[in-house]
Design a protein around this ligand. Structure first.
Ligand SMILES: [Zn+2]
Length: 176
């Protein structure tokens, strides 16, 4: 399912992207344009506004009540009976909504901090903004976020005391 979140939803799109959903954000003009874009692109229109522009009966809309983006994510998942898939976490650029492409270590040399380069072997690149992503604190944060949004999902995994802070996703003594 693809989404288009309008301006009333703030950071919702970004949070949905972190879960791997295709979530466009409409930061532009009036509500009517947003609704029309959602209709044209076949996206579920996510809004907190109760005034939906009449752009056609085919527009699919999910109204959200919550103000907090995390609550909004919960609402979206509950109302649409969606279960994000583990493999998709962090598969999209949080800024552009583009799907990330895996790249080789060599390709990111000089573009990530040295200690990240030394300690990490898996990198992804956003084809649009060229931002480099790697499994690290950012991703761990997102996973924690998922754990908060979806309690009982098993995220975050039980923390090992020994892992300590700033481990950048390295699972000392872990399976990965
Ligand atoms: Zn990007």
């Amino acid at each position: 399912m693809k989404f288009l979140a309008d301006r009333t939803t703030g950071k919702l799109a970004k949070k949905l992207r972190a879960l791997g959903f295709d979530a466009a954000y409409w930061g532009g003009g009036p509500g009517e344009e947003a609704a029309r874009a959602a209709l044209t692109e076949g996206r579920m229109f996510l809004t907190r506004s109760r005034r939906i522009p009449a752009v056609g009966k085919d527009l699919q809309v999910t109204f959200l009540e919550a103000n907090d983006p995390r609550e909004q994510v919960r609402e979206v998942l509950q109302k649409l009976h969606l279960r994000p898939s583990d493999e998709l976490y962090f598969s999209r650029c949080l800024l552009c909504n583009e799907e990330l492409h895996p790249v080789t270590k060599g390709e990111v040399e000089g573009r990530v901090p040295d200690f990240i380069y030394r300690n990490c072997d898996s990198f992804c690149l956003c084809p649009r903004c060229r931002r480099v992503y790697w499994p690290g604190t950012h991703m761990d944060k997102m996973k924690e976020e998922v754990g908060r949004v979806l309690p009982g999902r098993g995220w975050p995994p039980a923390r090992r005391e020994s892992a300590g802070k700033g481990s950048y996703g390295r699972k000392e003594g872990g399976k990965e």
